[in-house]
Design a protein around this ligand. Structure first.
Ligand code: ATR
Length: 274
């Protein structure tokens, strides 16, 4: 019997995770299957319990269950504890281990795939929700020169910055507070584009050579990357690489094997464009 894994979400039908993990399993010769499971909105814990009883070895967790998974875990990695959310579960010996690979996925995409070192950079993180919280500690571990969190509701950004200020200086504020500042890397962790809204970014925000990174992705240039290019970003990248890298990091947690990500990313990119 191959080892059983699944991604849990609601909705889940369009998840790319089963295809990504099937590619990883094939390329590393791991005897495993990876399925997509729809959990009821109020029934995440029972769905996981049923999966574990059926022999499930590990799970990925996506919207809207990452906080449920955090609460369900009986042991947490440091990065999951910091994120307050779990996207990777591993089940062994009656224990539910919770990890969060989103931030590592982002950092690996930026540093390895894009070849952009974070050390000494001035970073602007846009948004103060769960997506933002999940990546802050891994970003700080790369020793940037500064990290500023800007959010529509400024008080959420200030609070979030305070939560991480024991690691390194982090500041938070409103979009208006960005006036007169410039950054080397701007990361969009807001969901503004889902509502068709653009962000009120003041002019002059992009330093020469700046990289704009959108944690969202889609067919063609995302609304944030279009806006960033128009406002002077030298480079842009969407979140497809982060998706693949967070999956590879989860695969490593479960199997202790690091799959090649480049072919999988190229394949997803081609499908998205087609
Ligand atoms: P996620 O888990 O994806 O981070 P979330 O916790 O709902 O989702 O957070 C969404 C983020 O997008 C928040 O930072 C939100 O700003 P507020 O805290 O002010 O709500 C941001 N966001 C959503 N719509 C936005 C918009 N139209 N303009 C600017 N920011 C927006």
């Amino acid at each position: 019997m191959p080892d059983l894994y699944a991604v849990f979400g609601n909705p889940i039908a369009h998840s790319k995770s089963p295809a990504i993990h099937a590619s990883f399993a094939a390329s590393t010769s791991q005897d495993m299957v990876y399925e997509a499971r729809l959990a009821p909105l109020d029934g995440f814990a029972p769905a996981i319990a049923e999966f574990v009883a059926a022999g499930g070895k590990g799970a990925n967790v996506t919207v809207p269950f990452k906080e449920d998974a955090f609460r369900l875990a009986t042991r947490l990695s440091d990065r999951a504890a910091r994120a307050g959310a779990v996207n990777t579960l591993a089940f062994a010996d009656g224990e539910v281990f919770g990890d969060n690979t989103d931030g590592a996925g982002l950092v690996r995409d930026i540093t390895l795939n894009l070849g952009y070192s974070l050390n000494g950079r001035r970073i602007l993180l846009l948004g103060a929700g769960g997506a933002s919280r999940g990546v802050i500690a891994p970003l700080l571990a790369e020793k940037p020169a500064a990290l500023f969190i800007a959010n529509r509701s400024a008080e959420k950004a200030v609070k979030l910055a305070e939560d991480f200020s024991d690691i390194a200086p982090v500041n938070g504020g409103s979009f208006a507070d960005l006036a007169g500042k410039s950054f080397d890397l701007l990361i969009n962790a807001t969901s503004a584009s889902l509502a068709g809204a653009s962000l009120p970014l003041p002019p002059g925000l992009f330093a020469p050579g700046a990289l704009a990174y959108d944690m969202m992705y889609g067919k063609g240039e995302t609304p944030f990357l279009l806006q960033a290019r128009e406002q002077g970003a030298a480079r842009g990248a969407d979140g497809l690489g982060m998706l693949v890298e967070q999956a590879a990091e989860a695969f490593f947690v479960w199997r202790a094997v690091r799959p090649q990500t480049a072919p999988v990313l190229a394949d997803l990119r081609a499908k998205l464009a087609g």
